[in-house]
Design a protein. Structure first.
Lengths: 381, 1017
């Protein structure tokens, strides 16, 4: 006796959250049944394994049918085939678009193309996430990316509107789209300690301040011919950043800047001497007190050089690598406490306003305001 | 009444991509009614076209309006080749033809294609203008209302219940026409869908005509079925109960959810005939071959009312007097006489109703059923379906004579069914023989009806159990006792019925679903030989099924079955029998005896031990069941009883006791067995099997109850959470082990596993009850068994139940009562405040009030009766409205029950009767047979919901999936499925919303509810 056909259809579609999770996690029906058995559900309900098998199959079939609709969540709301209460619809969508931290760290900043898709096998092996689940997450990223890529207006709003995700998840997707579009390198070994949250935080700051959309929102610049998009960095801004070079190229300006910072921070910083030593290259006169740090190490120069290089796509991609190498690592090797980093960065950005010879105050603020936020977030173990 | 049909095509959405190049579609719509077709413009390159068409107007006569469906086809325009069809929508415009139902059909309909399923949606508006036309010879019956509900619909009052109406129409099945060889499957499916839609329209119109002839205005309990006879044709047949209904105008009229309150107020209760009494001699001959003279004399109603007043007091005042039994005699006789005269004129005094207005059902005799095996032949002349008519007439005649043998003149809870395999067809009919109160059957004074009914003084709660037949001249040997409730009249020891449990019945504990399952192998044979083989097997199947039911009933410690439905299915090489019913313990009937086992060789010591072991197991099970279903009938001491009980209550050796079959009369007289009836010999392998199957039935997990009736006795505090579902299972038998035993085990396992799966799936709803569990068995192929289950799970509130019981106990302590029935007590005071009402109020209350000789105003009593109904008002007053927030798609509830817990039905919008075919040639790609059928059933639900929503409704009640024919050919990667569903589209209002209204009118706080109670009776 074998069950040829075995179905259950409710007027209200039954959604079992546990089975949904198993399905999302990419388990096959038999794996899912095995996992459910291990969860002790049989003992709780007095059901048999056959019942569990049939139930799991039913749910999997339902999810399979729903998947097509989940690809365009507004369709799920308007369709007539499955009667699902709104709260359940929201749950279905949110869970479907949720992703694993381990997975997103592997893909973040990579081009969402077929090539990357081929690497999913390796990612699956590396992270222990099933290939099926990897595919779903990857396809979600790609789908969201495709839909909002060319869209005007706020990236987060667009995602929210077209995928009906929660605010939190929409922001995460905005970060993923932003990273994928700008292809920021996140996979290098020295970046491994950073979480997706760290990157998402930076992405949000950058979207708010460094993109075309950020300019477009300014009242002075109504969206005329400017594509007010959130996904692309403002090219003009990047171009302008070269002007900041003067801060390190002009020795007077550099010294003045340094002295302003040092005066303000004297006594407040536990690592004052290290800071002072690192502000500009040791070659400029001071005795070599920091042999641990490689020669061209210089915090200010590093930060300004990062800015100046951003006009090149390649350097944009390496932004995070540079920030870690030029700032985070030197500070960390000197054991700067986070609070000192904060004090330093605040003073460092603010003192520029007192440099009379410096004309790019606004540019500096737009750059440094965001960078300061990012650096503080990135500065941890 | 010719009319003008107006249709507007507004928009489409989610259309499929028809042009691969552009990923878009150039859609336009064809609107067809009868032979007229209109087209919209082509809306270029969009998946969400906005046609916003003009009003397409069809001028048609009402005959067509009733028969024809409106056909809407969505197509993709193609300049170079033929336009591709995207899909169709069939809209039955019948609900627009009577004034009280929907006024407009407007909404999003799924666009359906028989090959691809649902492909997007289309927004359509449909209206009908009817012109008055006084043509007497009209062939239409616009205005007759149809209800699938097998009781008087909730917002109506029955003025007269006229009786049985039936009709059938036949046609050739397009699937078997020669042209089918050359046309596409899609064309063939569509031809079939259209034909059946047309035929059911015609059938409904013809039934309507019969109703009009009978001076009725509605059909209640309308059941329409298709017989797919294959080569020999397609039969669409319907039965129903003609009634004259009266719309209750209050309090629904001022409810906000009512779609058109003003319209409703205006409606006249369509009694076209100013003087209803004159119709008596009308030439009402709805059936060709019968003379039908219906002449109710007015004297009957007068007589009955006067005599009733006399007799009414006797059962109540004569508490405990031994003479009561005798007094009951003449009363019974008189009643029978009246009913007889009222019913005898009718050819078939049958009623498809399963629940009745109070006082309608006087006595119940037992189940009557008849089956007949027929060989199908080609229907040569579709206009003269005489053979099929004659077949059914024959069966009905048999049913009628069975009823007569039980001393009954009517059959209630009547239904008909067929099972077809190749050219053999089993026709079945069954019902419950009953004695009815003649008042409802003839047109007495309409006004007096209600009061008369309320003055009805049959012993409430047990009256229907009293035997209708003559004690001395019983049709079969039965054990009679004096009624345990009133002690006046005789009752049988078990009672089988096809009806719902009467709301006023006194019940102990809870009920449960009882099923008998049986398979019998049969040799493959052709034509005549096959029919003979089947005929020979049938009596044995009936006998076995009956025995199983009886044993299982006893094992549950119960004494009555309600909603009994025995289905015999014929296949190529086997017959399947499946009987489902709800077992209950009726307080009026004696406690059932246990089950005793006896061995053949009593001297063998170890054997004895084995038997006693089995016996112990059985006894334990009975005890466990009694506890589970809370069956603890009061022990009644002899002194209190007053009249001697003729037999000891604990009888022994009852398994296979012939006397137990007393209540069922079938073709085969089960009560004339020759063998030693009282001994179950367990050497007999069959008997062993019986005992085993008895013990293998697993009770539902705790927190779950199940029944196949509308309401579960003993549970009344339903919450508003309901989940209707359909589950289908097909198993393949391995042909190696096809013995009867193996087959039985397979079938039994199939059903049990299916139930277990349901319990597991619905575990989140605990505590919950599966109501109206409806199993259908079919044998699509040699080794396949298909079981389809439709039911509704309803959550109930456990705490509230406990509370109610507590109040019961407290209250009952204050009363010295001979009746130890713990469930009954309904303090009258409660009905005016907001305490939760009691589960089973009326019986006791009526008794008491009557015995104290204080007449209770009709209205007040009516309230209590209403509260007894499962939709008891106020149960949910303190509950907040369910969190069904407004989504873009309105929620449409579906339920096989006639009511929605926690809500009040304010309007019936018309009947939903839909037939769909789905076919696939890419079965694997659609997820195999399960994926295919799963999707199809979900689509059927969606289309039903969309139609209801377009009518302005928010629920379907009395929903039933009448047919689910599934055929597969996995080798060819093909499958086909036909589904037929029906139900009543309604508008309901949550009681919590009603509450809001009533609190806004503080003075009338309870008023609307009370009035509601009165009118619903």
């Amino acid at each position: 006796m074998t069950n040829e056909l075995d179905i259950f259809v409710g007027n209200t579609t039954l959604i079992d959250e546990d089975v949904y999770r198993l399905w999302l996690d990419g388990y096959s029906v038999s794996d899912a049944v095995a996992r459910r058995v291990r969860s002790g559900i049989l003992e709780q309900t007095g059901a048999t394994a056959a019942v569990l098998q049939s139930d799991t199959m039913d749910h999997y079939r339902t999810f399979h049918m729903l998947e097509r609709l989940l690809h365009a969540p507004p369709k799920l709301l308007h369709q007539l085939i499955f009667q699902i209460p709104p709260s359940r619809q929201a749950l279905l969508i949110e869970r479907y678009y949720a992703f694993d931290e381990a997975f997103v760290r592997e893909v973040l900043g990579k081009k969402l193309s077929k090539g990357t898709k081929k690497d999913l096998d390796d990612i699956s092996t590396k992270t222990g996430i099933t290939l099926k689940s990897c595919r779903r997450q990857f396809d979600n990223f790609k789908r969201v990316f495709k839909v909002v890529e060319e869209m005007r207006g706020s990236l987060v709003d667009n995602i929210q509107q077209h995928f009906l995700l929660s605010d939190r998840l929409s922001r995460d997707y905005a970060a993923i789209v932003f990273f994928a579009n700008n292809r920021f390198e996140t996979g290098k070994k020295k970046l491994q300690y950073l979480s997706f949250g760290d990157f998402a935080f930076c992405a949000e700051l950058m979207i708010q301040n460094w993109t075309l959309g950020a300019v477009g929102e300014a009242p002075t610049n109504p969206d005329s011919q400017v594509d007010d998009m959130d996904v692309d960095l403002d090219k003009e801004f990047l171009q302008d950043l070269k002007e900041l070079k003067v801060l390190v190229a002009d020795k007077d300006l550099l010294d003045l800047h340094k002295s302003l910072v040092c005066t303000a921070l004297r006594g407040k910083l536990s690592v004052f001497s290290e800071m002072e030593a690192n502000f500009k290259p040791p070659a400029s006169g001071a005795e070599d007190r920091t042999p641990r740090i490689p020669a061209p190490q210089n915090l200010s120069r590093g930060l300004v050089n990062v800015a100046a290089k951003l006009i090149h796509n390649k350097d944009v991609r390496d932004l995070f690598v540079d920030l870690i190498e030029k700032f985070v690592e030197p500070c960390r090797s000197d054991h700067w406490p986070l609070n000192d980093v904060r004090l330093f960065l605040n003073q460092y950005s603010a003192s520029v306003h007192s440099l009379d010879g410096f004309r790019h105050q606004t540019l500096w603020d737009r750059y440094m305001g965001t960078l300061r936020g990012c650096l503080l977030r990135l500065y941890h173990d | 009444m010719p009319g003008k049909l107006k249709v507007k095509i507004v928009a489409g959405r989610h259309l499929p991509v028809m042009d691969r190049a552009s990923d878009l579609t150039d859609a336009f719509v064809e609107v067809k009614f009868g032979n007229t077709t209109f087209k919209t413009d082509v809306y270029l390159k969009s998946l969400n076209p906005q046609w916003n068409s003009e009003w397409f107007k069809f001028e048609v006569d009402d005959e067509d309006l009733q028969d024809e469906p409106l056909q809407i086809t969505v197509l993709d325009h193609d300049t170079y080749s033929a336009n591709d069809a995207i899909g169709k929508v069939y809209i039955d415009i019948d609900p627009l033809l009577y004034s009280e139902a929907a006024t407009v059909i407007s909404g999003w309909f799924p666009i359906y294609d028989t090959i691809h399923g649902i492909r997007g949606e289309i927004n359509v508006i449909v209206k009908v203008d009817l012109f008055n036309d006084l043509n007497r010879f009209r062939q239409s019956s616009c205005g007759v209302k149809f209800f699938c509900t097998t009781s008087i619909p909730k917002c109506y009052r029955a003025v007269i219940i006229h009786g049985f109406v039936e009709e059938l129409v036949v046609n050739e099945d397009p699937e078997y026409q020669w042209i089918d060889r050359i046309r596409t499957p899609r064309a063939s499916n569509e031809a079939r869908q259209r034909l059946i839609s047309l035929m059911s329209g015609e059938l409904q119109r013809k039934i309507g005509l019969k109703v009009l002839e009978m001076r009725g205005n509605a059909v209640v309990g309308y059941l329409q079925c298709f017989d797919l006879e294959g080569e020999s044709g397609l039969v669409v047949r319907a039965i129903g109960t003609a009634c004259t209904l009266d719309k209750l105008s209050s309090p629904a009229a001022f409810l906000p959810a009512c779609n058109s309150p003003s319209k409703e107020m205006k409606e006249i209760p369509f009694n076209e005939d100013p003087n209803p009494n004159t119709h008596s001699s009308g030439p009402s001959t709805p059936l060709k071959n019968q003379t039908y003279s219906f002449s109710p004399s007015k004297s009957y109603s007068r007589q009955s009312s006067s005599s009733d007043t006399d007799l009414s007091l006797t059962p109540k005042t004569g508490m405990g007097s031994g003479s009561a039994g005798k007094e009951g005699g003449p009363f019974k006789a008189l009643l029978r006489q009246q009913t007889q005269s009222a019913l005898e004129q009718r050819e078939f005094p049958f009623f498809t109703l399963t629940a009745f207005p109070p006082g309608f059902l006087v006595h119940v005799g037992g189940v009557v059923s008849a089956r007949s095996v027929k060989l199908l032949d080609r229907i040569h002349n579709p206009d003269e379906p005489e053979t099929r008519d004659a077949w059914w007439a024959e069966i009905r005649q048999e049913i009628k004579s069975h009823a007569k043998a039980l001393g009954c003149h009517a059959v209630v809870g009547y239904s008909e069914s067929t099972s077809i395999c190749e050219e053999v067809c089993i026709l079945s009919a069954s019902g419950t023989a009953a004695v009815l109160n003649p008042r409802f059957l003839q047109d007495g004074t309409v006004e007096g009806c209600l009061e008369q009914r309320l003055e009805e003084n049959l012993p409430v709660g047990c009256g229907f159990c009293h035997i209708p037949y003559d004690e001395l001249n019983m049709p079969f040997p039965a054990h009679l006792t004096y009624c345990y409730n009133c002690r006046k009249q005789k009752v049988p020891d078990v009672l089988f019925t096809t009806i719902d449990l009467p709301t006023d019945a006194a019940v102990v504990g809870k009920g449960c679903l009882i099923q008998a399952r049986l398979c019998r192998l049969k040799k493959k044979a052709q034509a005549e030989a096959n029919a003979t083989a089947i005929s020979n097997l049938l009596p044995f199947m009936e006998y076995e099924v009956h025995t199983q039911l009886m044993n299982k009933l006893k094992l549950k410690g119960m004494n009555a079955l309600f909603g009994l439905r025995i289905q015999i299915t014929v296949g190529e090489n086997m017959l399947m029998g499946l009987a489902s019913a709800t077992g209950v313990y009726l307080a009026a009937l004696p406690t059932p005896g246990g089950i005793q086992i006896a061995g053949k060789t009593p001297n063998d010591g170890s054997y004895e031990q084995h038997i006693s072991h089995m016996q112990k197991k059985i006894n334990d099970t009975i005890a466990k069941n009694k506890e589970l279903y809370e069956i603890n009938p009061p022990e009644i001491s002899e002194e209190v009883i007053g009249s001697p009980i003729p037999e000891p209550r604990q009888r022994s050796r009852l398994l296979r006791s012939q006397s137990e079959s007393s209540d069922e009369v079938i073709e085969l007289d089960l009560s004339h067995g020759k063998k030693d009836a009282f001994v179950l010999e367990i050497d007999d392998t069959d008997a062993m099997e019986d005992v085993h199957s008895l013990l293998t039935d697993v009770p539902p997990p705790s927190g779950f109850y199940s029944c196949n009736t509308e309401i579960m006795p003993g549970i009344n505090n339903w919450t508003s959470e309901i989940q209707m579902f359909t589950s289908v299972r097909v198993i393949r038998l391995s042909s190696l082990n096809l013995t009867n035993q193996a087959l039985n085990k397979n079938f039994n396992d199939l059903c049990e596993n299916l139930l277990k799966s349901l319990y597991f799936k619905l575990r989140s709803m605990i505590p919950c009850c599966l109501c109206h569990v409806n199993f259908t068995v079919s044998l699509p192929e040699d080794e396949l068994i298909q079981v389809t289950v439709t039911a509704v799970a309803i959550t109930f509130d456990k705490n509230q139940a406990l509370q109610t019981i507590k109040t019961h106990v407290e209250k009952s302590l204050q009363r010295a009562s001979t009746d130890n029935e713990e469930l009954l007590q309904f303090p009258l005071e409660l009905c005016s405040d907001s305490l939760p009402p009691h589960p089973f109020p009326p019986a006791k209350e009526h008794l008491e009030s009557a015995s104290s000789n204080s007449g209770i105003p009709a209205a007040q009593r009516a309230v209590t009766v209403e509260k007894a109904s499962p939709v008891a008002e106020g149960n949910f007053r303190n509950r907040s409205a369910p969190p069904c927030a407004n989504s873009t798609v309105g929620v449409v509830k579906m339920t096989p029950l006639s009511f929605i817990p926690g809500a009040k039905i304010t309007k019936y919008l018309g009947i939903i009767n839909m037939f769909f075919i789905r076919e696939t040639t890419s079965l694997r790609e659609e997820g195999g047979v399960s994926g295919f059928l799963h999707a199809f059933i979900a689509e059927v639900f969606a289309m039903v919901r969309a139609h209801v929503a377009a009518l302005g409704g928010n629920a379907v009640v009395s929903y039933i999936m009448k047919q689910c024919v599934f055929m597969e050919n996995p080798n060819k990667n093909q499958a086909q499925c036909l589904i037929n569903v029906s139900g009543d589209a309604v508008v309901f209002v949550r009681e919590s919303d009603l509450e809001v209204i009533s609190t806004q009118q503080p003075t009338a706080n309870c008023q609307p509810l009370c009035t509601g109670g009165e009118v619903t009776t």
